[in-house]
Design a protein around this ligand. Structure first.
Ligand SMILES: Nc1ncnc2c1ncn2[C@@H]1O[C@H](COP(=O)(O)OP(=O)(O)OP(=O)(O)O)[C@@H](O)[C@H]1O
Ligand SMILES: [Mg+2]
Length: 314
């Protein structure tokens, strides 16, 4: 559905997007992550034919963004980074206007506008001018105009930015629901959001792709991935620490005191991030050690993000 081919954007000698290539299939929700100024919005603007690349190109539903830009625009819903313009229009006027530009006849237009107003919970502000809307409602109007023609490709630049927690949840659910029939790229700074909705993530830093994989595969890069945490009911004796440290697949055991909580936490670090939950459990059971909790850490996305971006530069 989307094929990005060595896309580059320069502003003078500054390279905002540097030789970026990737693909998105139908059914995928691709998360675009990266520090401020990494080049996410610039890439999205090129894909939606809003700005032209310096070199390279991309295809959307098989159409080239340079040669067939009209067809590309027909097949894309684009939510820009900042909420919509036309501040003096009311919500309903604006959505009617967008539906007209999209070429719908009067009946279709009325149907589509009503449907999208309900989907994006804009009913109570339909007669309000856009400049008087709160930030989150402006964002909803932007979302509504991107979806009104039910396009097969969605490019959403920080779709949940400024929304309240309930609305964030609704937008995420809506994105998930639509995803089966579409290819979706969304950018976000919320790592939990990426983990919750995206089937794959691309991390961009200084215009370049530094990671491209499923949320699970990115988490594997965390130093905490597959570490076993154990909350013991009592202080661990030396013998239990020795038994754990003697295990073949254990690299290290850390003992942490938890303030304000009775007991001690152990972190058992596996050799080469292997799965040792079962083995640790049996060692503890054999030694007659009681514990309140034992679990496998899934890793920390913020650590992975740091290492791939700022951390990687220092
Ligand atoms: N028209 C322009 N002229 C000069 N530089 C620009 C222009 N547009 C963008 N840039 C620069 O390109 C770089 C990438 O910007 P972009 O908006 O793509 O970042 P981003 O990844 O979307 O960041 P954010 O997370 O802050 O939204 C930035 O350094 C930005 O200042
Ligand atoms: Mg941006």
């Amino acid at each position: 559905m989307i094929e990005v081919d060595h896309l580059t954007k320069k502003y003078g000698s500054f390279i905002a997007v540097d030789d970026v290539s990737f693909q998105v299939e139908k059914g995928e929700i691709l998360g675009f992550l990266g520090p401020n100024g990494a080049g996410k919005s610039t890439t999205m603007k090129m894909l939606s034919c809003f700005i032209t690349p310096t070199s390279g190109t991309a295809k959307v539903v098989g159409k080239d963004i340079l040669a067939d830009s009209l067809e590309v625009k027909e097949n894309i819903g684009y939510l820009p980074e900042s909420a919509p313009s036309y501040q003096n229009m009311t919500v309903i006027e604006f959505l009617n206007f967008i539906a007209s530009i999209r070429g719908f006849n009067a009946r279709e237009k009325a149907e589509r506008v009503e449907k999208i107003i309900m989907t994006t919970s804009l009913d109570k502000v339909r007669y309000q001018t856009i400049d008087t809307l709160s930030k989150g409602y402006k964002q909803r109007v932007g979302f509504a105009q991107a979806l009104i023609h039910d396009p097969p490709v969605l490019i959403l630049d920080e779709p949940t930015d400024g929304l309240d927690p309930n609305q964030k949840r609704e937008v995420r659910n809506l994105i998930r629901k639509m995803s089966q029939e579409k290819a979706i790229i969304l950018s976000t700074h919320i790592l939990e959001e990426m983990e919750a909705v995206c089937t794959r993530a691309i991390i961009i830093d200084q215009g370049k792709i530094v990671a491209n994989g499923s949320p699970e595969s990115l988490l594997k890069e965390s130093s905490m991935y597959n570490v076993i945490s154990v909350l013991l009911t009592q202080e661990p004796g030396d013998s239990i620490l020795e038994s754990l440290r003697a295990m073949d697949n254990v690299e290290k055991v850390n003992v942490l005191k938890i303030d304000g909580e009775a007991g001690t936490k152990l972190q058992v670090i596996p050799v080469q991030k292997s799965d040792i939950l079962h083995d640790v459990k049996s060692t503890l059971t054999k030694s007659g050690i009681e514990y309140n909790e034992i679990y496998r850490e899934k890793g920390f996305m913020d650590e992975v993000f740091w290492n791939l971006t700022l951390g990687g530069r220092n």
